[in-house]
Ligand binder design. Structure first.
Ligand code: UDP
Length: 276
């Protein structure tokens, strides 16, 4: 192990470590060895790395390093680029209004883990924990202005999520569909893609930038624009149901459902523009 360790020098790249280990394993255990990497619990953190390689049920190589280095991406991520939609209510936790920084921290931990695995993450945030145009503005206000307020609410959330991610050491850029240059970059597709390629999380604020739309639609739009492999919806519900389970206890949860069926059955899991 020590010889191998020396051969990497001061800051070995994770892929060099893995390929060196494999080579050494094949040299020692023969070509039929089935490698099985096991990481100690603390591996994957920045400060310490311990890697143990098992083959044919025997421990072959164990490497320890206290040098600063990044995470070894031994788990191969399924998606390269994802668009995560976080609804406003999901950021409010049980309170359903305002911001719950404990919950935001948990969401950001997952985002960080994905980024550490090499996944490119774009995020669209909702604003329902502060203001929804139709629900909160209702008849009291003109619809367009009420929607403007909703879009501003999404920006409050975008800045909160950005701050928590930064505290966790993740690089972030906020881009807004309506320019507010003192606080965030304007949305520019090519710049967003560039940030993602550099491993930065991009948070898209202000929804689509247009009234009469929702942040679900913004999520679908941005996902298509940045060519995301998948859209992940983080809502205050754990799946698609035949009815609202809070109101109808007989509501059935679907394990799989097509977009056409969601539309045909008028399921309100996301708004119809986003679904179609
Ligand atoms: N909104 C808008 N255009 C958009 C996205 C959002 O006008 O493209 C406004 C709208 O008033 C909406 C509010 O912003 O009610 C908050 O967004 P949303 O309701 O989608 O938030 P979520 O339910 O995901 O928290």
């Amino acid at each position: 192990g020590r010889g191998l360790y020396r051969q990497w020098g001061i800051s070995p790249r994770p892929e060099d470590i893995v390929s060196s280990c494999l080579q050494a394993l094949y040299d020692t255990a023969g070509k039929n060895a089935t490698p099985n990497f096991r990481r100690r619990a603390n591996c994957g953190q920045i400060e310490k790395l311990w890697l143990t390689l098992y083959a044919n049920g025997k421990k072959y190589i164990k490497i320890g390093s206290r040098k600063r280095m990044g995470v070894i991406p031994l788990e191969k991520p399924k998606y390269k680029r994802v668009l995560l939609k976080i609804s406003g209510e999901a950021l409010a936790g049980d309170a359903s209004r305002g911001l719950d920084f404990h919950v935001i921290g948990q969401v950001c931990d997952v985002v960080k883990r994905c980024v550490d695995l090499g996944v490119q993450v774009g995020v669209v945030v909702g604003g329902g924990n502060f203001w929804r145009g139709v629900k909160d503005g209702g008849d009291a206000m003109e619809r367009v202005r009420a929607d403007h307020m909703g879009m501003l609410a999404t920006c409050i959330n975008a800045l909160a999520v950005a701050d928590v991610l930064e505290q966790k050491g993740v690089e972030v850029r906020v881009q807004t569909a309506i320019a507010m240059q003192a606080m965030a970059e304007p949305y520019i597709r090519s710049k967003a893609i560039r940030h993602l390629e550099k491993g930065r999380v991009v948070i898209f604020g202000c929804g689509t930038g247009n009234p009469f739309f929702s942040t679900d639609t913004a999520a679908v739009l941005r996902a298509a624009e940045i060519d995301a492999d998948v859209i992940l919806l983080a809502k205050n519900i754990d799946g698609v149901y035949s009815a609202d389970p809070k109101k109808d206890p007989s509501a059935k949860k679907y394990s799989k459902i097509s977009y056409d069926e969601v539309l045909a059955q008028h399921l309100a899991v996301m708004d119809t523009t986003a679904t179609s």
